[in-house]
Design a protein around this ligand. Structure first.
Ligand code: FE2
Length: 305
């Protein structure tokens, strides 16, 4: 159950970490079931997956979309999601009557260091809220301080971030510009995705990443929603346990294939000897003079801060 202090913390900072309330037994049971999803995805070439960093010798799937579909999930994991009362917490954080979920993504990278790009998922605040439910300890998620983000003269406007997102190295912000959130297995983080944020961690990962909207919002008025009796939020139809392949294809156009072997070998070499990072660093520093970049991102030398 989310407390008043946690609600106030969220309003001030744009994020909050809470415990799921599940017992160790339940978390471990859920962990086992979720690992089975990843194994099934790898075995049967499930089409709705993402590769971020594809290394030779590894099947480093970054994420599985709609992971609770019966095609890969034989167990009803929505049962656990009903127990952690996400809908209730979101109503308290946002004052929405009811919420609905448009995205469920299972992050499942293998044991490589990872840094995503700093980005915003929305231009305006209070449109959506995102939740990360951790099944493994994960250190390093960063979110820019809310009071800096709502300042008019934003140092990191969206056009800059989008431009940098097409380059190899992520921006490096000053340490006093962001919060770092370390999560433990069983924690849930709610955050405002219109604040600049960066996924970053230094080992393997297993977390459900979800996006919620106000069910009364105009933005989703034409969406088909589905309601499970036992769940305190609605879901988009393509996320149903028994959504057909066609229903999912309409929403998820992700059929990412592995890179070719040459580029996967290069990725692996760069992971241990970051020659490509160094070249990009020089190019990016020349282009964006006043900004700094993370020279060691996505390599063995990557630092936490
Ligand atoms: Fe994001």
């Amino acid at each position: 159950m989310i407390s008043i202090d946690q609600i106030n913390f969220f309003k001030q900072h744009g994020w909050v970490k809470i415990e799921s309330g599940l017992s160790d037994l339940q978390i471990n049971d859920l962990l086992g079931k979720t690992k089975k999803i990843v194994d099934t995805v790898k075995k049967q070439k499930y089409p709705f997956i993402r590769f971020y960093h594809d290394y030779f010798f590894s099947n480093n799937i970054a994420a599985v979309e709609a992971p609770l579909n019966q095609e890969v999930s034989k167990e009803n994991i929505y049962y656990y999601l009903s127990k952690i009362k996400l809908g209730q917490s979101i109503s308290k954080l946002t004052n929405w009557n009811k919420s609905c979920c448009s995205l469920i993504r299972l992050f499942c990278m293998e044991n490589f260091k990872y840094s995503g790009h700093w980005h915003r998922d929305r231009e305006e605040i209070n449109q959506v809220i995102q939740a990360s439910f951790y099944l493994k300890d994960e250190k390093g998620f960063k979110i820019r301080k809310k009071f800096l983000e709502i300042k008019k003269d934003n140092k990191y406007p969206n056009n800059l971030c989008l431009d940098v997102n097409n380059k190899l190295l992520p921006l490096k912000l000053n340490r006093d510009e962001y919060d770092i959130i370390d999560a433990k297995k069983g924690d849930i983080i709610f955050f405002e995705p219109a604040l600049l944020h960066q996924g970053k961690y230094d080992s393997s990962r297993l977390q459900f990443h979800m996006r919620f909207h106000n069910s009364d919002s105009q933005e989703i008025i034409n969406e088909k929603l589905y309601k499970y009796d036992f769940l305190d939020f609605d879901i988009f139809e393509h996320l149903k346990f028994d959504a057909s392949l066609n229903e999912r294809k309409k929403k998820l156009d992700l059929f990412y294939k592995k890179n070719n072997n040459i580029s996967r070998i290069k990725n692996l070499i760069n992971y241990f000897i970051p020659y490509r990072n160094l070249m990009s660093y020089l190019v990016q520093k020349t282009r964006y003079k006043v900004y700094n970049f993370d020279l060691y991102a996505n390599t063995i030398l990557q630092k936490k801060i």
